[in-house]
Design a protein around this ligand. Structure first.
Ligand SMILES: *[C@@H]1O[C@H](CO)[C@@H](O)[C@H](O)[C@H]1NC(C)=O
Ligand SMILES: *[C@@H]1O[C@H](CO)[C@@H](O)[C@H](O)[C@H]1NC(C)=O
Ligand SMILES: *[C@@H]1O[C@H](CO)[C@@H](O)[C@H](O)[C@H]1NC(C)=O
Ligand SMILES: *[C@@H]1O[C@H](CO)[C@@H](O)[C@H](O)[C@H]1NC(C)=O
Length: 276
């Protein structure tokens, strides 16, 4: 046997970490389960992980600061990610950052859901989920469109939606299954247009989401409304029907703010785009 004489390099280590789960899928599946179908093998440019220059460090801090401000809803409406943060956002989305942030939100959502006492609710306690970047991931689309570096192209995006191939955000599937099992009514409230009802339902089922109570899409009378206005209106209707909204999950603040706000709202990370 030839043993490597050189100390193990970062790329070799990452290679091993990537290949091992393939060799031992059973033993390691839960801890290494990838959220997304790709990339299965990450190419990490080693030089980026050696000691960074002060300028590179400063630039990374600037982009982290931008991302935190975006997540906290402190930015003015924005149409694309800053050019200088293109690599940063790509790495955040593809490497572990995004996945860990998603898991944290999911874990906290489940903890909260379990604290609620649903007996005596007459089946009127509900949880509202957004769809895109909340239950379904459009990352395969955004991989080909600069992770938010390109201005949003509605036509191209609709073509992607029509395929019905968006994978589940696995961390959200956990929350979804948990709240269903606890006995919540589950409402899906999406900015997608009514004409995508069938493909959206098919995509959701294919990704593992089942047994929702209502799938609410934008009808023609909702055209031109901001997401915040449209979604508030739909939540108002649910409340008028006697539902109590105890939880709401969304990747946009416009999924969560407005009127008939949920008892608790869970903001999933999304540094790629902003919807007012
Ligand atoms: C790795 O990154 C450095 C610095 O950004 C760059 O000069 C180099 O070409 C990259 N190497 C590869 C293989 O991409
Ligand atoms: C979420 O919970 C899972 C299962 O309990 C745990 O393995 C994981 O580390 C948690 N992640 C975060 C970010 O809290
Ligand atoms: C849950 O709510 C029901 C009905 O309001 C009440 O009778 C019961 O004591 C509550 N259980 C707990 C553990 O608080
Ligand atoms: C959507 O599905 C329903 C029920 O399966 C069907 O009746 C309807 O024709 C479909 N609509 C479109 C636009 O395909």
């Amino acid at each position: 046997m030839n043993f490597p004489r050189r100390p193990i390099t970062i790329s070799a280590l990452i290679f091993l970490l990537t290949v091992l789960p393939l060799a031992f899928p059973k033993e390691t599946s839960s801890s290494t389960d990838h959220q997304f179908p790709r990339p299965l093998i990450l190419e990490i440019n080693e030089s980026h992980h050696l000691k960074k220059s002060p300028a590179a460090e400063e630039s990374e801090l600037q982009c982290t600061s931008w991302r935190v401000a975006a997540e906290a809803n402190n930015l003015s409406p924005w149409k694309k990610i800053p050019d200088e943060c293109a690599d940063y956002v790509k790495e955040y989305m593809e490497y572990k950052g995004y996945e860990i942030d998603l898991q944290r939100v999911s874990n906290e959502s489940v903890l909260y859901a379990r604290t609620l006492n649903l007996s005596g609710s007459d089946g009127k306690f509900s949880w509202v989920f957004d769809v895109d970047e909340t239950l379904l991931s459009n990352l395969p689309y955004y991989v080909d469109h600069g992770y938010g570096l390109e201005i949003f192209d509605g036509e191209k995006f609709d073509e992607w939606v029509e395929k019905g191939e968006a994978p589940a955000l696995k961390s959200s599937l956990k929350v979804y299954e948990e709240v269903l099992a606890l006995g919540f009514k589950v409402f899906l409230l999406t900015g997608r247009s009514e004409r995508f009802r069938n493909i959206t339902a098919r995509n959701l089922v294919r990704a593992g989401f089942r047994n929702w109570d209502k799938l609410i899409l934008r009808s023609t009378e909702d055209n031109g409304k901001t997401a915040i206005k449209y979604k508030s209106g739909k939540r108002n209707e649910l409340v008028q029907e006697g539902y109590k909204i105890l939880g709401n999950s969304g990747d946009q603040w416009s999924d969560l703010l407005g009127t008939s706000i949920s008892e608790r709202s869970f903001k999933l990370p999304n540094p790629m785009y902003y919807i007012p």
